[in-house]
Design a binder for this molecule. Structure first.
Ligand code: BGC
Length: 680
């Protein structure tokens, strides 16, 4: 298509209509010239409901009910790039199916602190894991003639004062921790869109920050897609346009007052901004439309609420569940209809999909653990439910009554499954948690349940870590279950009763207590006008492992119903200075148990001597492998020069230094099974 010609035929009003909101998630398009509106869709957990142009609220017809997806933390917990791809592919298919063009996802901001309200919408504390999972999700989404929009660029790691907090982070940290996920999203995932964050970075709002959007994103990384503002994140029309923000989106119905509407029009008319600057944006937008086949008859049509989509999200949910602890092989539970089962806890019976902020989904349905378990076991089982605690405001007396009721039933039941944790009053956009504790008196309840029923299976449902110290030593079986969407309850039932062997691994450390976390310890969270990331590169396990702070459950941890052994580690160092691959690492993994299962082999690099301080270890590779009992396979990784490097501020680039490195292969960041020293 001759875009130059089309642009020359457009009026200024038509151009501006294309680049600012004309409904919460739509632009206008230029009908006269056959240019359709752009239609975005929140968010990472499925198609968000349709919005009304006047009220900026849900339309609430039935045609926007959709599949609810596991939260991004769950996707990362699969540690499986293929699953990530399928998750994205399914999300893209739903979005196209409802007729939208851009998925406002994935969310990939680093888990800097467990308290960030949006942790559940993000993936991990580790840039390598984020990079691989995000790239997979993005490639999947974009299989459907739908663009991904990775968010929120950049350093958007808290909700407190999210609209204006100024983030200060040193250059090395920024490059080693906060940028790699976005770089991979752009260069490996080929994300066609990027969302600029609300916050300021080094004194300037992200959506008008030339260093971020021009120097890094477009010049350094070669990004040729579009930048979409977070909703209401532009404060200065000229700066935003000049920095390279293409779309001005917001959440109010005064569409003509948006920055890229009348204010920009006036600036162009007054000669303050050349119309050619607007044309450059329009050209980018038209090119994206072309890539998405928005002018073509053969564009993919997608499909939402299909059985195929439900199977895909079920697979993700299955693989995301993390078996944290399993003493005396309490799990899997035997399938025996003569045993009575009691489920306790509000989360066994609560719907979560339509809450949490912009990632909420009007789910066609959502299987709770209670429903999932009943559907899974069928009518011959005796299954009861006791709430145990309530998220509603109540007095001490009412809380005690609920607790006692649950304990009395637990004493009589053969099997007790507790499903508690958080909900979207805590894991939520717009606010951070105050602490890491379980709310609603759950610690007390769990302690009481364990006293009457020591085998109680504890399922923690949350999108971020919680403290478990009060009872963890007494609990034998503990499972981490995330917001898992439409098919969640089935996935949980299958894992608890052994139809699925758990294979999820923590994508983020579960610290023992808030006081142990680096952002807390170094004092700057949530900050005030400004927050300085004083912990530097020591985020997550990089901190815990370097400074010997023992977490409750470490990064990468997750058990299985079978056992794996690691052997025959081989390392081959490439001597040739020009070779990109510096080392090939392999080991043999064997399933020595009696069930089929999947293990995530994790490769960490440890720089033993360096001119700068380096973390005890850094994840540089992982692979999920499924093996039958007795089966073995060789797992191989290739490490490039960059995998041994740190970001040198002096050289403004990645640098590796000669000397000793240690390569670590293991089942988690703290369960290292094999290691070998090499000299480079
Ligand atoms: C959120 C974004 C979201 C947007 C549109 C903002 O408040 O930060 O993640 O995509 O709203 O709903």
């Amino acid at each position: 298509m001759d875009f130059e010609k089309i642009i020359s035929q457009m009026t200024l009003d038509e151009k501006l209509g294309m680049i600012h909101g004309d409904n919460v998630y739509d632009t206008k398009g230029a009908e006269r010239l056959g240019i359709p509106p752009f239609r975005f869709s929140d968010g990472p957990m499925g198609v968000r409901g349709e919005f009304d142009r006047e009220s900026c609220d849900y339309v609430k017809n039935t045609d926007d009910l959709a599949t609810s997806f596991p939260c991004p933390t769950a996707v990362a917990a699969t540690w499986n790039e293929e699953r990530a791809f399928e998750n994205g592919e399914t999300l893209g298919r739903e979005i196209r199916g409802i007729g939208r063009d851009v998925s406002l996802s994935p969310g990939i901001n680093i888990h800097r602190t467990p308290l960030c309200g949006r942790s559940f919408e993000y993936m991990s504390e580790d840039p390598h894991l984020i990079s691989k999972i995000a790239a997979g999700v993005i490639r999947g989404i974009q299989e459907n003639d739908v663009a991904a929009c990775v968010k929120h660029f950049a350093a958007n790691n808290q909700e407190t004062r999210r609209f204006d907090v100024n983030v200060e982070v040193d250059d090395r940290t920024f490059h080693e921790i906060y940028l790699p996920g976005f770089q991979a999203a752009v260069q490996e995932g080929h994300s066609m869109a990027v969302m600029g964050a609300y916050n300021k970075f080094r004194g300037e709002f992200c959506c008008q920050n030339s260093y971020l959007l021009k120097n890094i994103l477009r010049e350094e990384w070669g990004f040729d897609g579009v930048v979409i503002s977070d909703w209401g994140a532009i404060h200065d029309t000229k700066k935003a346009l000049e920095a390279g923000t293409d779309f001005d989106m917001n959440v109010n119905n005064r569409y003509d007052e948006y920055h890229y509407a009348n204010p920009l029009k006036k600036m162009v008319e007054d000669g303050e901004i050349p119309e050619s600057a607007v044309d450059a944006v329009i050209l980018r937008v038209l090119k994206l439309m072309e890539r998405l086949k928005m002018f073509d008859a053969d564009r993919k049509s997608g499909a939402y609420n299909t059985e195929e989509n439900r199977q895909a999200v079920l697979n993700v949910a299955r693989e995301s569940i993390v078996l944290l602890k399993n003493e005396d092989k309490v799990l899997p539970l035997a399938k025996d209809p003569s045993k009575s089962i009691l489920l306790v806890g509000e989360n066994a019976n609560r719907l979560h999909a339509f809450s949490g902020g912009s990632s909420e989904v009007r789910a066609l349905f959502e299987l709770t653990p209670l429903l999932g378990i009943k559907m899974h076991l069928g009518g011959n089982y005796h299954i009861r439910y006791a709430k145990g605690y309530s998220s509603e405001q109540q007095d001490e007396e009412a809380a005690r009554k609920l607790r006692e009721e649950a304990c009395e039933l637990a004493g009589k039941a053969d099997v007790v499954i507790y499903v508690g944790g958080l909900n979207h009053e805590f894991d939520i956009e717009g606010q951070d948690r105050k602490d890491m504790k379980l709310p609603y008196g759950q610690d007390e309840l769990i302690e009481a349940l364990l006293a009457v029923k020591p085998d109680t299976v504890i399922v923690n449902m949350s999108g971020s870590p919680v403290e478990m110290g009060k009872w963890i030593d007494r609990a034998k079986a503990v499972v981490q279950y995330w917001y898992s969407g439409t098919m969640g309850g089935t996935a949980l039932a299958e894992v608890l009763f052994g139809d699925v062997n758990p294979s999820g691994k923590l994508p983020t450390t579960f610290p023992k207590k808030l006081e142990d976390t680096p952002a807390y310890k170094f004092g700057e969270f949530p900050g005030d006008d400004k927050v300085e990331y004083k912990e530097g590169i020591y985020v997550g396990y990089r901190y815990y492992d370097t400074f010997d702070v023992e977490p409750e459950f470490c990064f990468g941890h997750g058990l299985s119903y079978t056992d794996f052994t690691y052997s025959d580690m081989k390392v081959q160092v490439t001597e040739n200075q020009d070779a990109k691959v510096r080392a090939t690492v392999s080991c043999t993994l064997k399933n020595t148990g009696d069930r089929k299962g999947a293990e995530v082999v994790q490769l960490y690099v440890s720089d033993r001597e360096a001119s700068v301080s380096r973390p005890a270890k850094e994840l540089k590779g992982f692979r999920k492998v499924t093996l039958n009992p007795g089966e073995r396979t060789v797992v191989t990784f290739e490490l490039t020069e960059k995998d041994f490097s740190f970001y040198s501020v002096e050289d403004a680039g990645w640098k590796w230094e000669h000397g000793d490195f240690e390569l670590l292969l293991g089942s988690s960041s703290r369960d290292i099974r094999l290691k070998e020293k090499i000299e480079l």
